[in-house]
Ligand binder design. Structure first.
Ligand code: FAD
Length: 417
């Protein structure tokens, strides 16, 4: 081959490659389907990651106001001093750099379902072909309740630190009073777990103190055997448990829970209010569950039954599956897979399964757990527990505490790394 022909061959190859790829790149930029995900928690961050992981050419944008995410999972370990907030803080770097999703740090102010657009608080609009909404929970108002004085600490972050500081400042022999809302709420075992870890902290640091639990439910609603043992034996004389107590109002200055069973004075008061889907769900006409609090969806795809093209996952959905991070991560994968199929003109997978797992630290060395698997039932079109799949610890133990840390690490990685 003479030099002329070799050089021209290479040049021609280069041009041909450029001609072959350039229009593809242009096409990719202009026509690749756009999926917007609202909310970067366990549900939204997982969905954005797996959409890009399974279909790299998709144009995926996560809209989340915060630069980092502070996990509610394991957050009670911050209260008893075993973890710091930074231990349970994650960012969106992997989502952007490893998976190639766009991340926009803004609030979504509104959804235009007909125009397939979301409006950001800055006034910018983003267009989508499919939209996933995963904004977690909002709190129903309670008369007199001021979160600046009475932290809920149910979304981790600053509120968690505020509650921890109040506990640190509490006198020995004082009363920690907490209220539990009627189910469904975020993390069914979470409030009982909190009662145990606050009791653990007070026993070690504020002798003579009590944890008074005011539960709106008729009894412990998750991990009943393990929590009953913890309340009656491990923390006997510290935890005082009351059932069927309805919170009516709060005196936030004097830290009093005013209930249908009387007034409860607290040195530290922790009100966990009744919960609903994230506010953007209600504002966008997606809260069509009979309660008016959650979004009904088709569990094959998590597509809203109120607004086609919009999918709702995580704590805001109203399928009856628990409001928990592990299962939010599973719902996100079912939803991402369904969206990829739908965008390709195919039907969602018809037999999805999801799994919930909760680990509950009970002391500095022991934890309990509960798990259940759900499968789609084509006859009822609902996710229903698979017979024999559910289980819960009888007692908290050390092995479960170790398993808990491994499980949480895997879930954090699967969502954010
Ligand atoms: C003490 C405690 C212990 C728990 N333990 C467990 C456990 O052991 N196992 C388990 O599975 N679960 C557990 N959970 C529950 C778990 O934390 C939640 O179920 C999970 O965080 C729900 O995920 P999500 O993505 O739906 O909501 P979130 O994690 O709350 O994420 C929602 C995101 O949406 C963003 N957002 C909201 N509105 C907008 C908007 N308009 N625009 C843009 N972004 C918006 C928010 O900033 C937030 O980052 C626990 C919870 C608590 C409180």
């Amino acid at each position: 081959m003479n030099t002329f022909s070799r050089r021209n061959f290479l040049k021609a190859m280069g041009s041909a490659t450029a001609l072959a790829t350039f229009p593809t790149i242009l096409k990719a930029a202009n026509t690749n389907p756009r999926v917007i995900v609202i909310g970067g928690g366990f549900a939204g961050a997982t969905a954005a990651k797996y959409l890009k992981h399974w279909s790299p050419s998709l144009n995926v944008t996560l809209v989340e106001p915060n630069a980092s995410y502070q996990s509610p999972i394991l957050s009670n370990l911050v209260i008893n001093g075993q973890k710091s907030l930074s231990d349970i803080t994650f960012n969106y770097n992997a989502l952007q750099q490893k998976y190639g999703a766009n991340v926009v740090h803004e609030w979504v102010a509104g959804i235009d379902a007909a125009g397939k657009k979301v409006e950001l608080t800055s006034g910018r609009t983003l267009e989508y072909d499919r939209l996933i909404v995963a904004p977690g929970i909002s709190f129903n108002p309670v008369s007199g309740l001021d979160f600046d004085k009475i932290p809920h600490a149910w979304k981790s972050g600053d509120q968690l630190i505020q509650l921890k500081q109040q506990l640190d400042a509490m006198p020995a022999g004082g009363n920690f009073v907490m209220t539990i809302p009627p189910a469904p709420y975020r993390c069914p075992p979470g409030p009982y777990e909190r009662a145990c870890l606050v009791a653990d902290y007070l026993r070690r640091n504020k002798p003579g103190s009590k944890v008074i639990v005011l539960d709106a439910n008729p009894g412990i609603i998750a991990e009943k055997e393990a929590f009953s043992y913890a309340f009656n034996t491990t923390y006997a004389g510290i935890i005082e448990y009351h059932t069927d107590v309805v919170l009516e109002s709060v005196d936030s200055d004097r830290r009093i829970a005013i209930t249908d069973a009387g007034d409860f004075d607290a040195d530290v008061l922790n009100v966990i209010p009744v919960q609903s889907a994230g506010k953007i769900i209600t504002a966008s006409g997606l809260a069509n569950h009979a309660s008016g609090r959650w979004a009904n969806v088709d569990p094959l795809s998590y597509e809203s039954t109120a607004r086609p093209g919009i999918h709702v996952i995580g704590d805001s959905q109203g399928t009856g599956q628990p409001k928990a991070g592990h299962i939010a991560n599973a719902e996100a994968k079912v939803c991402a897979d369904a969206i990829i199929r739908l965008l390709g003109g195919r039907q969602p997978y018809q037999q999805p399964t999801t799994n919930s797992a909760c680990y509950s630290p009970i002391s500095t060395t022991t934890a309990s757990w509960a798990t259940v698997v759900y499968r789609y039932n084509p006859a009822t079109k609902l996710m229903t527990p698979v017979p024999g799949s559910s289980g819960a610890a009888h007692r908290a133990d050390r092995e479960s505490y170790r398993d808990m840390l491994g499980w949480a690490g895997n879930l954090f990685d699967d969502t954010f790394a």
